[in-house]
Design a protein around this ligand. Sequence first.
Ligand code: ARG
Length: 461
Amino acid sequence: MDKMWSGRFSASASSLLDKFNASIMYDRKLYKEDIEGSLAHAAMLAKQGILTTEELILITDGLNQVYKEIEADEFEWNIADEDLHMGIEKRLTAIIGDAGKKLHTARSRNDQVAVDFRRYVLRQNLEIVKGLKLLMQEVIVVADKHTETLIPGMTHLQHAQPINFAFHLGAYLSMFKRDIARFEDSHKRNNISPLGCAALAGTPHNVDRGMTAELLGFDSVSVNCLDTVSDRDFALEILFNISTMMMHISRLSEELVMWSSYEFGFVELSDEYSTGSSIMPQKKNPDVPELLRGKTGRVYGALMGLLTVMKGLPLAYNKDTQEDKEGVFDAVETATISLEILKEAIKTMEVKAHNMESACGVGHLSATDLADYLVEKCDIPFREAHFITGRAVAKGEELKTDISKMDFKYFKEIDARINEDVMPYLGLRHSMNARTSEGGTATTRTKEQLEYFKTYLKETK
Ligand code: ARG
Protein backbone atom coordinates (compact mmCIF):
# COMPACT_ATOMS: atom_id res chain seq x y z
CA MET A 1 0.00 0.00 0.00
CA ASP A 2 2.78 2.41 -0.81
CA LYS A 3 1.07 4.07 -3.76
CA MET A 4 0.59 7.82 -3.64
CA TRP A 5 -3.04 7.34 -4.54
CA SER A 6 -3.69 4.40 -2.21
CA GLY A 7 -5.98 6.22 0.27
CA ARG A 8 -9.24 4.84 -1.03
CA PHE A 9 -7.90 1.33 -1.68
CA SER A 10 -7.85 -1.54 0.73
CA ALA A 11 -5.80 -4.04 -1.27
CA SER A 12 -2.44 -3.54 -2.94
CA ALA A 13 -2.08 -3.37 -6.70
CA SER A 14 -1.04 -6.63 -8.29
CA SER A 15 2.45 -6.78 -9.70
CA LEU A 16 0.85 -7.60 -13.04
CA LEU A 17 -1.00 -4.28 -12.91
CA ASP A 18 2.23 -2.50 -12.00
CA LYS A 19 3.85 -3.94 -15.06
CA PHE A 20 0.94 -3.15 -17.33
CA ASN A 21 0.17 0.30 -15.99
CA ALA A 22 3.65 1.72 -15.65
CA SER A 23 5.25 4.17 -18.04
CA ILE A 24 8.31 4.86 -15.91
CA MET A 25 10.58 2.65 -18.02
CA TYR A 26 10.22 5.05 -20.93
CA ASP A 27 8.82 8.34 -19.63
CA ARG A 28 11.94 8.66 -17.44
CA LYS A 29 13.40 10.18 -20.58
CA LEU A 30 11.47 13.33 -19.60
CA TYR A 31 13.21 13.78 -16.24
CA LYS A 32 14.80 17.10 -17.17
CA GLU A 33 11.49 18.57 -18.30
CA ASP A 34 9.76 17.13 -15.25
CA ILE A 35 12.21 18.56 -12.73
CA GLU A 36 12.30 21.94 -14.47
CA GLY A 37 8.50 21.96 -14.45
CA SER A 38 8.46 21.20 -10.71
CA LEU A 39 11.06 23.89 -9.98
CA ALA A 40 8.95 26.47 -11.82
CA HIS A 41 5.76 25.29 -10.13
CA ALA A 42 7.36 25.47 -6.67
CA ALA A 43 8.76 28.95 -7.33
CA MET A 44 5.29 30.10 -8.36
CA LEU A 45 3.63 28.50 -5.33
CA ALA A 46 6.10 30.33 -3.06
CA LYS A 47 5.58 33.67 -4.79
CA GLN A 48 1.83 33.21 -4.33
CA GLY A 49 2.31 32.46 -0.65
CA ILE A 50 1.20 28.85 -1.02
CA LEU A 51 4.65 27.58 0.01
CA THR A 52 6.94 29.24 2.53
CA THR A 53 10.42 30.37 1.52
CA GLU A 54 11.91 27.57 3.64
CA GLU A 55 9.74 25.00 1.88
CA LEU A 56 10.75 26.39 -1.50
CA ILE A 57 14.43 26.12 -0.60
CA LEU A 58 13.99 22.56 0.57
CA ILE A 59 12.07 21.59 -2.56
CA THR A 60 14.51 23.31 -4.88
CA ASP A 61 17.56 21.72 -3.26
CA GLY A 62 15.83 18.36 -3.14
CA LEU A 63 14.85 18.48 -6.82
CA ASN A 64 18.38 19.47 -7.75
CA GLN A 65 19.68 16.50 -5.82
CA VAL A 66 17.23 14.16 -7.58
CA TYR A 67 18.40 15.62 -10.87
CA LYS A 68 22.02 14.87 -10.00
CA GLU A 69 21.15 11.34 -8.95
CA ILE A 70 19.43 10.70 -12.25
CA GLU A 71 22.29 12.19 -14.24
CA ALA A 72 24.77 10.05 -12.30
CA ASP A 73 22.61 6.98 -12.97
CA GLU A 74 22.14 6.54 -9.23
CA PHE A 75 18.39 7.03 -9.26
CA GLU A 76 16.33 3.93 -8.65
CA TRP A 77 13.60 3.70 -11.26
CA ASN A 78 10.90 1.44 -9.93
CA ILE A 79 7.89 0.27 -11.90
CA ALA A 80 5.80 0.21 -8.72
CA ASP A 81 6.07 4.03 -8.84
CA GLU A 82 4.16 3.91 -12.12
CA ASP A 83 5.57 6.96 -13.84
CA LEU A 84 8.43 9.39 -13.56
CA HIS A 85 6.26 12.04 -11.94
CA MET A 86 5.51 9.85 -8.94
CA GLY A 87 8.96 8.30 -8.90
CA ILE A 88 10.60 11.70 -8.64
CA GLU A 89 8.10 13.07 -6.12
CA LYS A 90 8.55 10.03 -3.96
CA ARG A 91 12.30 10.36 -3.96
CA LEU A 92 12.02 14.09 -3.26
CA THR A 93 9.90 13.43 -0.20
CA ALA A 94 12.31 10.74 0.95
CA ILE A 95 15.11 13.31 0.80
CA ILE A 96 13.42 16.43 2.23
CA GLY A 97 10.49 15.05 4.22
CA ASP A 98 7.06 16.67 4.53
CA ALA A 99 7.80 19.72 2.35
CA GLY A 100 7.99 17.33 -0.59
CA LYS A 101 4.36 16.45 -0.07
CA LYS A 102 3.35 20.06 -0.75
CA LEU A 103 4.85 20.25 -4.23
CA HIS A 104 1.80 18.75 -5.90
CA THR A 105 -0.51 21.50 -4.59
CA ALA A 106 -2.56 23.00 -7.45
CA ARG A 107 -1.16 20.47 -9.88
CA SER A 108 -2.13 17.10 -11.32
CA ARG A 109 -0.11 14.58 -13.23
CA ASN A 110 -2.42 15.50 -16.08
CA ASP A 111 -1.03 18.99 -16.51
CA GLN A 112 2.39 17.81 -15.38
CA VAL A 113 2.73 15.23 -18.14
CA ALA A 114 1.28 17.71 -20.64
CA VAL A 115 4.01 20.19 -19.69
CA ASP A 116 6.82 17.65 -19.81
CA PHE A 117 5.87 16.00 -23.05
CA ARG A 118 5.00 19.26 -24.79
CA ARG A 119 8.33 20.80 -23.85
CA TYR A 120 10.18 17.72 -25.06
CA VAL A 121 8.35 17.86 -28.40
CA LEU A 122 8.89 21.60 -28.77
CA ARG A 123 12.63 21.17 -28.20
CA GLN A 124 12.80 18.31 -30.68
CA ASN A 125 11.08 20.42 -33.34
CA LEU A 126 13.99 22.83 -33.16
CA GLU A 127 16.62 20.09 -33.01
CA ILE A 128 15.23 18.53 -36.18
CA VAL A 129 15.25 21.93 -37.87
CA LYS A 130 18.98 22.17 -37.05
CA GLY A 131 19.56 18.73 -38.56
CA LEU A 132 17.63 19.64 -41.69
CA LYS A 133 19.67 22.79 -42.17
CA LEU A 134 22.95 20.88 -41.86
CA LEU A 135 21.67 18.39 -44.42
CA MET A 136 20.66 21.20 -46.78
CA GLN A 137 24.13 22.71 -46.46
CA GLU A 138 25.73 19.44 -47.51
CA VAL A 139 23.35 19.01 -50.45
CA ILE A 140 24.25 22.53 -51.57
CA VAL A 141 27.98 21.70 -51.49
CA VAL A 142 27.36 18.84 -53.93
CA ALA A 143 24.90 20.82 -56.04
CA ASP A 144 27.34 23.72 -56.44
CA LYS A 145 29.72 21.40 -58.29
CA HIS A 146 27.10 20.10 -60.70
CA THR A 147 25.12 22.97 -62.13
CA GLU A 148 26.34 21.94 -65.59
CA THR A 149 26.27 18.17 -65.16
CA LEU A 150 23.56 16.73 -67.36
CA ILE A 151 21.31 14.00 -66.01
CA PRO A 152 18.16 12.58 -67.57
CA GLY A 153 15.11 14.26 -66.13
CA MET A 154 12.42 11.62 -65.84
CA THR A 155 8.71 11.16 -65.57
CA HIS A 156 7.30 7.65 -65.11
CA LEU A 157 10.98 6.70 -64.62
CA GLN A 158 11.35 7.19 -68.38
CA HIS A 159 13.71 9.66 -69.99
CA ALA A 160 11.90 12.96 -70.37
CA GLN A 161 14.11 16.04 -70.72
CA PRO A 162 17.73 16.76 -69.89
CA ILE A 163 18.25 18.63 -66.64
CA ASN A 164 21.33 19.27 -64.56
CA PHE A 165 22.18 17.38 -61.39
CA ALA A 166 22.15 20.49 -59.20
CA PHE A 167 18.61 21.20 -60.36
CA HIS A 168 17.64 17.65 -59.37
CA LEU A 169 19.15 18.16 -55.92
CA GLY A 170 17.44 21.54 -55.74
CA ALA A 171 14.10 19.73 -55.76
CA TYR A 172 15.09 18.08 -52.46
CA LEU A 173 16.31 21.39 -51.08
CA SER A 174 12.82 22.75 -51.72
CA MET A 175 11.27 19.80 -49.88
CA PHE A 176 13.60 20.16 -46.89
CA LYS A 177 12.89 23.86 -46.67
CA ARG A 178 9.16 23.17 -46.52
CA ASP A 179 9.83 20.54 -43.85
CA ILE A 180 11.65 23.13 -41.77
CA ALA A 181 8.72 25.52 -42.10
CA ARG A 182 6.36 22.81 -40.84
CA PHE A 183 8.44 22.10 -37.73
CA GLU A 184 8.78 25.81 -37.00
CA ASP A 185 5.12 26.48 -37.55
CA SER A 186 4.19 23.65 -35.24
CA HIS A 187 6.64 24.92 -32.64
CA LYS A 188 5.05 28.34 -32.73
CA ARG A 189 1.48 27.06 -32.58
CA ASN A 190 2.07 24.71 -29.66
CA ASN A 191 4.29 26.85 -27.48
CA ILE A 192 1.57 27.18 -24.84
CA SER A 193 1.78 26.29 -21.18
CA PRO A 194 -0.54 23.63 -19.73
CA LEU A 195 0.73 24.18 -16.17
CA GLY A 196 -1.97 25.25 -13.75
CA CYS A 197 -4.73 23.36 -15.53
CA ALA A 198 -4.44 20.70 -12.83
CA ALA A 199 -6.60 17.62 -13.39
CA LEU A 200 -9.05 19.10 -15.91
CA ALA A 201 -10.91 22.08 -14.54
CA GLY A 202 -8.26 24.43 -13.21
CA THR A 203 -7.61 24.96 -9.51
CA PRO A 204 -9.08 27.01 -6.67
CA HIS A 205 -5.54 27.91 -5.53
CA ASN A 206 -4.36 31.34 -6.47
CA VAL A 207 -1.83 30.25 -9.09
CA ASP A 208 0.05 32.50 -11.50
CA ARG A 209 0.03 30.58 -14.75
CA GLY A 210 1.80 33.37 -16.58
CA MET A 211 4.76 33.09 -14.24
CA THR A 212 5.30 29.36 -14.75
CA ALA A 213 4.77 29.76 -18.48
CA GLU A 214 7.51 32.36 -18.58
CA LEU A 215 9.90 30.37 -16.38
CA LEU A 216 9.48 27.37 -18.66
CA GLY A 217 9.94 29.32 -21.86
CA PHE A 218 6.37 29.07 -23.15
CA ASP A 219 4.97 31.95 -25.20
CA SER A 220 1.60 31.96 -23.51
CA VAL A 221 -0.87 30.14 -21.29
CA SER A 222 -3.49 27.73 -22.66
CA VAL A 223 -7.05 29.00 -22.89
CA ASN A 224 -9.18 26.02 -21.85
CA CYS A 225 -7.96 23.53 -19.25
CA LEU A 226 -10.27 20.71 -20.32
CA ASP A 227 -8.73 20.82 -23.78
CA THR A 228 -5.20 21.31 -22.53
CA VAL A 229 -4.91 18.18 -20.42
CA SER A 230 -6.17 15.96 -23.21
CA ASP A 231 -4.66 17.72 -26.22
CA ARG A 232 -1.95 15.74 -28.00
CA ASP A 233 -2.10 17.66 -31.30
CA PHE A 234 1.47 18.85 -30.71
CA ALA A 235 2.61 15.22 -30.67
CA LEU A 236 0.58 14.35 -33.75
CA GLU A 237 2.05 17.33 -35.52
CA ILE A 238 5.63 16.32 -34.91
CA LEU A 239 4.77 12.80 -36.05
CA PHE A 240 3.18 14.11 -39.23
CA ASN A 241 6.06 16.50 -39.81
CA ILE A 242 8.61 13.74 -39.31
CA SER A 243 6.57 11.45 -41.56
CA THR A 244 6.54 14.00 -44.36
CA MET A 245 10.24 14.69 -43.90
CA MET A 246 10.99 10.95 -43.93
CA MET A 247 8.86 10.57 -47.06
CA HIS A 248 11.13 13.13 -48.75
CA ILE A 249 14.23 11.40 -47.39
CA SER A 250 12.84 8.10 -48.59
CA ARG A 251 12.33 9.41 -52.13
CA LEU A 252 15.90 10.64 -52.25
CA SER A 253 17.04 7.33 -50.77
CA GLU A 254 15.18 5.41 -53.44
CA GLU A 255 17.05 7.44 -56.04
CA LEU A 256 20.37 6.83 -54.31
CA VAL A 257 19.69 3.09 -54.32
CA MET A 258 18.86 3.18 -58.03
CA TRP A 259 21.74 5.45 -58.87
CA SER A 260 24.16 3.12 -57.07
CA SER A 261 23.20 0.17 -59.28
CA TYR A 262 25.34 -0.92 -62.22
CA GLU A 263 22.43 -0.09 -64.49
CA PHE A 264 22.52 3.58 -63.50
CA GLY A 265 26.02 4.02 -62.09
CA PHE A 266 25.31 7.70 -61.30
CA VAL A 267 26.78 7.66 -57.80
CA GLU A 268 28.95 5.48 -55.65
CA LEU A 269 28.42 5.60 -51.94
CA SER A 270 31.61 5.68 -49.91
CA ASP A 271 32.95 2.54 -48.26
CA GLU A 272 32.28 4.16 -44.90
CA TYR A 273 28.58 4.19 -45.63
CA SER A 274 28.16 0.96 -47.57
CA THR A 275 28.05 -2.65 -46.48
CA GLY A 276 29.08 -5.98 -47.91
CA SER A 277 27.42 -9.34 -48.32
CA SER A 278 28.18 -12.34 -46.12
CA ILE A 279 28.21 -14.61 -49.16
CA MET A 280 28.81 -12.57 -52.32
CA PRO A 281 32.30 -11.12 -52.10
CA GLN A 282 31.76 -8.56 -54.86
CA LYS A 283 28.78 -6.85 -53.21
CA LYS A 284 28.71 -3.27 -52.05
CA ASN A 285 25.24 -2.59 -50.81
CA PRO A 286 23.50 0.74 -50.26
CA ASP A 287 22.14 -0.21 -46.84
CA VAL A 288 22.02 3.40 -45.65
CA PRO A 289 19.45 4.67 -48.16
CA GLU A 290 17.61 1.36 -47.95
CA LEU A 291 17.26 1.68 -44.20
CA LEU A 292 16.21 5.29 -44.52
CA ARG A 293 13.48 4.14 -46.90
CA GLY A 294 12.54 1.34 -44.52
CA LYS A 295 12.52 3.44 -41.36
CA THR A 296 10.00 5.76 -42.96
CA GLY A 297 7.50 2.96 -42.41
CA ARG A 298 7.90 2.85 -38.64
CA VAL A 299 7.46 6.61 -38.40
CA TYR A 300 4.19 6.41 -40.36
CA GLY A 301 3.22 3.63 -37.95
CA ALA A 302 3.76 5.94 -34.99
CA LEU A 303 1.58 8.61 -36.59
CA MET A 304 -1.23 6.18 -37.35
CA GLY A 305 -0.87 4.67 -33.88
CA LEU A 306 -1.36 7.94 -32.06
CA LEU A 307 -4.14 9.16 -34.35
CA THR A 308 -5.93 5.93 -33.52
CA VAL A 309 -5.27 6.21 -29.78
CA MET A 310 -6.77 9.69 -29.73
CA LYS A 311 -9.78 9.27 -31.95
CA GLY A 312 -12.27 7.83 -29.49
CA LEU A 313 -11.28 9.55 -26.27
CA PRO A 314 -13.95 11.39 -24.33
CA LEU A 315 -12.73 14.54 -22.59
CA ALA A 316 -10.49 14.96 -20.79
CA TYR A 317 -7.50 12.83 -19.71
CA ASN A 318 -7.72 9.06 -20.25
CA LYS A 319 -4.99 6.57 -19.57
CA ASP A 320 -4.93 5.67 -23.26
CA THR A 321 -3.01 8.89 -23.66
CA GLN A 322 -0.03 7.36 -21.92
CA GLU A 323 0.50 5.50 -25.21
CA ASP A 324 1.51 8.81 -26.80
CA LYS A 325 5.16 8.76 -25.85
CA GLU A 326 6.99 5.71 -27.17
CA GLY A 327 6.02 6.31 -30.79
CA VAL A 328 7.12 9.93 -30.59
CA PHE A 329 10.41 9.05 -28.88
CA ASP A 330 11.10 6.45 -31.54
CA ALA A 331 10.15 8.75 -34.41
CA VAL A 332 12.32 11.56 -33.04
CA GLU A 333 15.31 9.24 -32.65
CA THR A 334 14.74 7.88 -36.14
CA ALA A 335 14.50 11.38 -37.59
CA THR A 336 17.61 12.58 -35.80
CA ILE A 337 19.90 9.76 -36.87
CA SER A 338 18.40 9.67 -40.36
CA LEU A 339 19.24 13.31 -40.99
CA GLU A 340 22.75 12.81 -39.74
CA ILE A 341 23.55 9.69 -41.71
CA LEU A 342 21.97 10.97 -44.92
CA LYS A 343 24.12 14.08 -44.63
CA GLU A 344 27.27 11.97 -44.23
CA ALA A 345 26.31 9.61 -47.06
CA ILE A 346 25.80 12.57 -49.40
CA LYS A 347 28.98 14.27 -48.26
CA THR A 348 31.10 11.19 -48.95
CA MET A 349 29.47 9.81 -52.09
CA GLU A 350 31.13 10.00 -55.48
CA VAL A 351 29.06 11.64 -58.20
CA LYS A 352 29.78 9.98 -61.52
CA ALA A 353 29.06 12.93 -63.76
CA HIS A 354 30.34 11.15 -66.83
CA ASN A 355 27.80 8.34 -66.47
CA MET A 356 24.99 10.80 -65.86
CA GLU A 357 25.85 12.60 -69.06
CA SER A 358 26.20 9.41 -71.11
CA ALA A 359 22.80 8.28 -69.90
CA CYS A 360 21.40 11.40 -71.54
CA GLY A 361 22.51 10.14 -74.94
CA VAL A 362 19.62 7.71 -75.21
CA GLY A 363 15.88 8.13 -74.96
CA HIS A 364 15.48 11.19 -77.20
CA LEU A 365 15.61 13.68 -74.35
CA SER A 366 15.55 16.60 -76.77
CA ALA A 367 12.31 15.57 -78.49
CA THR A 368 10.35 18.38 -76.85
CA ASP A 369 12.96 20.80 -78.17
CA LEU A 370 12.32 19.60 -81.71
CA ALA A 371 8.61 20.19 -81.23
CA ASP A 372 9.37 23.63 -79.77
CA TYR A 373 11.57 24.38 -82.79
CA LEU A 374 8.74 23.47 -85.19
CA VAL A 375 6.41 25.81 -83.33
CA GLU A 376 8.86 28.65 -83.05
CA LYS A 377 10.69 28.54 -86.39
CA CYS A 378 8.22 26.83 -88.73
CA ASP A 379 5.00 28.24 -87.34
CA ILE A 380 3.52 24.76 -86.97
CA PRO A 381 0.76 24.32 -84.34
CA PHE A 382 2.07 22.42 -81.29
CA ARG A 383 -0.20 19.40 -81.75
CA GLU A 384 1.08 18.90 -85.30
CA ALA A 385 4.65 19.58 -84.18
CA HIS A 386 4.21 16.85 -81.54
CA PHE A 387 3.17 14.39 -84.25
CA ILE A 388 6.06 15.29 -86.57
CA THR A 389 8.50 14.90 -83.66
CA GLY A 390 6.96 11.51 -82.95
CA ARG A 391 7.81 10.50 -86.51
CA ALA A 392 11.40 11.64 -85.97
CA VAL A 393 11.59 9.60 -82.77
CA ALA A 394 10.23 6.55 -84.60
CA LYS A 395 12.93 7.05 -87.25
CA GLY A 396 15.56 7.27 -84.53
CA GLU A 397 14.29 4.06 -82.95
CA GLU A 398 14.45 2.37 -86.35
CA LEU A 399 18.04 3.55 -86.85
CA LYS A 400 18.90 2.87 -83.21
CA THR A 401 20.05 6.48 -82.95
CA ASP A 402 19.08 9.14 -80.46
CA ILE A 403 17.50 12.08 -82.30
CA SER A 404 20.18 14.35 -80.83
CA LYS A 405 22.66 12.45 -83.03
CA MET A 406 20.47 11.68 -86.06
CA ASP A 407 21.56 12.93 -89.46
CA PHE A 408 19.79 16.07 -90.71
CA LYS A 409 18.60 14.34 -93.91
CA TYR A 410 16.14 12.20 -91.94
CA PHE A 411 14.48 15.27 -90.43
CA LYS A 412 14.14 16.81 -93.87
CA GLU A 413 12.55 13.59 -95.12
CA ILE A 414 10.00 13.67 -92.32
CA ASP A 415 9.02 17.28 -92.92
CA ALA A 416 10.43 19.55 -95.62
CA ARG A 417 9.80 22.63 -93.49
CA ILE A 418 12.61 21.58 -91.14
CA ASN A 419 15.88 23.42 -91.84
CA GLU A 420 19.48 22.84 -90.86
CA ASP A 421 19.15 25.37 -88.02
CA VAL A 422 17.25 22.64 -86.16
CA MET A 423 20.49 20.92 -85.21
CA PRO A 424 21.51 23.08 -82.22
CA TYR A 425 18.00 22.64 -80.81
CA LEU A 426 18.62 18.92 -80.55
CA GLY A 427 21.74 19.31 -78.45
CA LEU A 428 21.22 18.12 -74.88
CA ARG A 429 23.04 20.97 -73.20
CA HIS A 430 21.18 23.42 -75.36
CA SER A 431 17.94 21.77 -74.35
CA MET A 432 18.79 22.07 -70.63
CA ASN A 433 19.95 25.66 -70.95
CA ALA A 434 16.91 26.63 -73.01
CA ARG A 435 14.66 26.12 -70.00
CA THR A 436 15.17 29.57 -68.62
CA SER A 437 11.69 30.16 -67.28
CA GLU A 438 11.53 30.97 -63.57
CA GLY A 439 12.30 27.83 -61.57
CA GLY A 440 13.60 26.10 -64.71
CA THR A 441 16.65 23.88 -65.10
CA ALA A 442 18.88 26.21 -67.17
CA THR A 443 22.22 26.53 -65.38
CA THR A 444 21.59 30.25 -64.82
CA ARG A 445 18.24 29.49 -63.21
CA THR A 446 19.66 26.60 -61.19
CA LYS A 447 22.38 28.86 -59.80
CA GLU A 448 19.71 31.38 -58.87
CA GLN A 449 17.86 28.65 -56.97
CA LEU A 450 20.99 27.58 -55.09
CA GLU A 451 21.58 31.22 -54.15
CA TYR A 452 18.05 31.35 -52.81
CA PHE A 453 18.68 28.38 -50.52
CA LYS A 454 22.06 29.73 -49.42
CA THR A 455 20.54 33.08 -48.51
CA TYR A 456 17.76 31.33 -46.65
CA LEU A 457 20.25 29.31 -44.60
CA LYS A 458 22.37 32.36 -43.89
CA GLU A 459 19.43 34.50 -42.84
CA THR A 460 17.88 31.89 -40.60
CA LYS A 461 21.02 30.78 -38.82
N1 ARG B 1 1.94 8.44 -16.87
C1 ARG B 1 0.79 9.22 -17.25
C2 ARG B 1 0.87 9.51 -18.75
O1 ARG B 1 1.88 9.38 -19.29
C3 ARG B 1 0.76 10.50 -16.49
C4 ARG B 1 -0.60 11.07 -16.29
C5 ARG B 1 -1.37 10.21 -15.42
N2 ARG B 1 -2.56 10.80 -14.95
C6 ARG B 1 -3.55 10.07 -14.43
N3 ARG B 1 -4.56 10.69 -13.99
N4 ARG B 1 -3.47 8.78 -14.37
O2 ARG B 1 -0.10 9.86 -19.35
